[in-house]
Design a protein around this ligand. Structure first.
Ligand SMILES: NC(=O)c1ccc[n+]([C@@H]2O[C@H](COP(=O)([O-])OP(=O)(O)OC[C@H]3O[C@@H](n4cnc5c(N)ncnc54)[C@H](O)[C@@H]3O)[C@@H](O)[C@H]2O)c1
Length: 318
């Protein structure tokens, strides 16, 4: 009987998979204190994890651990060196959340372009007659969007952008021109050269030493003052201080952020008071449907791993 530690609750549909499988016993824990997790993980064969940190201390304490199954696709909260040293496989829910995040990007892009709440407030406040005096909204039809990072989410997003008849440019040095063109995109090689022509930019790269502060003041200075930037990837890919400054100087029109350098962001973070920014609390993937899919895939990855049939595409290369 394999022992699975479910760190942080997941959707009941995932739990059902464990309940109905006689080869597994499991425990769900909400306490994510490392000292507590060290005791709990000691004799476990597998663990699931959401956003809590899985430090080397905790991983090294696990005598039998073979797999950590991440509820999501980012794995920056898991100590990779400790996992590698202990020969622990890390799995991700590779097929569960791309559509939910891509829809959230469209939601942010349209919310900013259409000045979300403006018309609604106008009517509700009895100011219908002022409709001609309000600032105009903008269309996304025929506009240029840059998708930076053309993996699962970038590829889900391009379909939605093309549905709105946007012109889509793609920056991803690791994806060929052929593949990008098959999707209907235009491959670009130098992000610094194209930003000046973009009406929208959406980020879908991992956070690493090459992408940290990819969007900074120098680059923001080159952009159109009508440009909208969306970050539903990882905080830190846009320099937050630079972004706030660029918005205040009207260098760009607006920004949509689902992720922050520090989460939760401090109340002192100037972006929280900037009304040109549309924010969400790292919830791009939190649709009902996606939470169900992620709960199921997180557990299924563990079962597939022990059955020897976990797909390569779901395993993090350590
Ligand atoms: N907001 C959320 O809730 C949420 C949910 C899921 C994923 N994410 C984040 O979204 C991002 C994308 O996720 P994904 O599932 O599409 O990942 P993915 O691994 O499928 O795709 C990432 C792409 O980025 C490209 N890339 C890597 N380095 C690059 C660089 N320096 N410049 C340009 N491109 C580069 C890779 O070639 C790859 O195609 C990740 O940061 C992930 O953590 C956020």
């Amino acid at each position: 009987m394999k022992k699975i530690l479910v760190i942080q609750p997941i959707h009941e549909a995932g739990i059902e998979l464990l309940k109905n499988n006689k080869n597994y016993e499991f425990e769900v824990v909400e306490n994510i204190d490392p000292e507590y997790l060290k005791k709990k993980i000691k004799h476990c064969d597998g663990a699931t994890i959401r956003t809590a940190k899985l430090t080397s201390d905790v991983i090294n304490e696990a005598d039998n651990l073979k797999i950590i199954s991440r509820h999501g696709v980012g794995y920056d909260n898991i100590d990779l060196i400790a996992s590698k040293n202990k020969d622990v496989t890390i799995a991700i829910t590779a097929t569960a959340n791309a559509v939910a995040v891509a829809e959230h990007v469209m939601f942010m892009l349209l919310s900013i372009s259409k000045r979300k709440d403006m018309y609604d407030n106008t009517v509700k406040n009895g100011k219908f007659d002022e409709r001609n005096k309000l600032p105009k909204t903008v269309e996304i039809w025929n506009k240029n969007i840059l998708i930076a990072g053309f993996g699962r989410i970038g590829q889900a997003l391009i379909k939605r952008c093309l549905g709105f008849e946007m012109k889509v440019f793609v920056y991803d040095p690791f994806v060929s021109k052929d593949v990008i063109e098959k999707f209907g995109g235009i491959k670009i090689d130098n992000i610094n050269e194209v930003c000046k022509d973009m009406d929208a930019i959406s980020l879908h790269v991992p956070l690493n030493e090459n992408t940290k502060n990819l969007i900074n003041y120098e680059l923001l200075k080159t952009m159109k003052n009508s440009c909208i930037i969306i970050n539903a990837a990882r905080g830190g890919i846009i320099d937050e201080i630079d972004l706030d400054r660029a918005l205040k100087e009207d260098l760009i029109f607006g920004a949509g952020l689902d992720v922050f350098e520090i989460e939760p962001p401090s109340l002192e973070n100037p972006l929280l008071k900037n009304n040109k920014v549309f924010l969400s609390p790292h919830t791009a993937a939190f649709t009902k449907e996606c939470m169900t899919r992620m709960g199921i895939e997180t557990v299924q990855n563990i079962i597939d791993f022990f059955d020897g049939k976990l797909e390569e595409s779901k395993i993090v290369k350590l």
